[in-house]
Design a protein around this ligand. Structure first.
Ligand SMILES: [Zn+2]
Length: 138
């Protein structure tokens, strides 16, 4: 079965649904509508953003740039950065959602740096305990 055969099915060829990945009976019209929404979302975010369209009990879309993905729903947009930690921003405007995710990451970095300073101070106050190699200098 070729990739096209897997999707183009139905009596009139109007089904566009993977029987193994989905099976919901998605239509080509819905796929095209979702694909257009993904492209529209990318147009709002900027030329570096790439559209993602995937099938999982229906067709879904998002836009991504590196490890940042923006999902859009009738409730608004959610920007997610999935790195060593996950940072999320929600807003009606996808650009503001990205800004909010970035602000959450910046806040976490500031909190971590403050925690590092506290731990460093505690570590330096411990008498006769050698610092871990490569961590503390001068
Ligand atoms: Zn489907």
């Amino acid at each position: 079965m070729t990739k096209t055969e897997k999707y183009d099915r139905g009596p009139n060829g109007d089904l566009y649904c993977s029987p193994t990945l989905c099976g919901l009976g998605c239509t080509r019209a819905h796929y095209e509508k979702v694909k257009a929404k993904a492209q529209k979302l990318c147009a709002r975010l900027g030329p570096a953003w790439k559209p993602n369209v995937h099938e999982n009990l229906g067709w879904h879309y998002s836009a991504s740039l590196g490890d940042v993905t923006v999902h859009e729903s009738k409730h608004g947009c959610t920007a997610m950065y999935n790195g060593p930690s996950q940072f999320i921003g929600d807003d009606k405007d996808p650009r503001r959602a990205v800004v909010k995710a970035y602000a959450a990451a910046e806040k976490a970095v500031a909190l971590q740096m403050a925690a590092n300073a506290v731990v460093r101070k505690a570590l330096l106050s411990v008498p006769r305990l050698p610092a871990p190699v490569g961590v503390l200098r001068a």
